[in-house]
Design a protein around this ligand. Structure first.
Ligand code: ATP
Length: 192
């Protein structure tokens, strides 16, 4: 089985988390994509997020149409700082015969060498960078591959800003996610 993992804060889950993955799957032939909401991202320690429960729920709502997409609570259950190397080790124990790709957006690629235990990490998974670059290509060691995807110019930061400002977010998130945010009063005044 070929499994792709996409980690993130997903605060909230938006089109930029879904659509590039749908596109990349056409060439990558993943049997499953597992979204893994982080408890605490190593590089985003300073910000309060919506609860893990809310972030998990929004990811489930947004991926409901795809029976090959899953949302895992593995990092929420583990707590502490969420290191991908720990998550991969756990998932490899669960799916003993699987081959793993770790999906990241282009904005994260420069930081990769600073991830915890990069050598162990690269031994356990190949990294697939979703890029708006001209063409898909591979690095020499083939542990990092680039998949060209159409750019979706949206970020969770921008969505939270819009909610605070009372601006619509319908163009950026699934309708059920928009409704969930509204019903639960997420991202109102005083939150980052
Ligand atoms: P924030 O604005 O709060 O920093 P974000 O929108 O960048 O959040 P994350 O939850 O940090 O979202 O991202 C999870 C993963 O999705 C990361 O690998 C990130 O690079 C990728 N990603 C986020 N937004 C996009 C986008 N618009 N297009 C492609 N990939 C994206």
């Amino acid at each position: 089985m070929h499994i792709a993992i996409c980690g993130g804060t997903f605060d909230p889950f938006h089109r930029g988390h879904l659509e590039p993955v749908l596109h990349a799957r056409e060439s990558m032939q993943w049997d499953r994509v597992i979204y893994v909401p982080a408890w605490k991202q190593p590089f985003k320690q300073d910000r309060d997020t919506a609860s893990g429960f809310h972030r998990f729920a929004m990811a489930v709502l947004a991926t409901r149409d795809y029976d090959w997409m899953f949302v895992s609570d593995i990092e929420l259950q583990r707590g502490g700082t969420s290191y991908s190397v720990d998550t991969l080790a756990e998932l490899r124990a669960l799916y003993a015969d699987a081959q793993f790709d770790w999906i990241i957006g282009e904005d994260n690629v420069a930081q990769l060498p600073q991830w915890r235990e990069p050598e162990r990490l690269f031994a356990m998974a190949r990294f697939v960078v979703l890029t708006r670059g001209e063409s898909a290509h591979q690095t020499a060691d083939s542990r990092i591959v680039f998949a060209k995807t159409p750019p979706i110019p949206v970020s969770s930061t921008e969505i939270r800003r819009r909610v605070r400002a009372g601006e619509p977010i319908d163009a950026f998130v699934d309708p059920l996610v928009a409704r969930y945010i509204q019903h639960n009063g997420l991202y109102k005044e005083g939150t980052a």
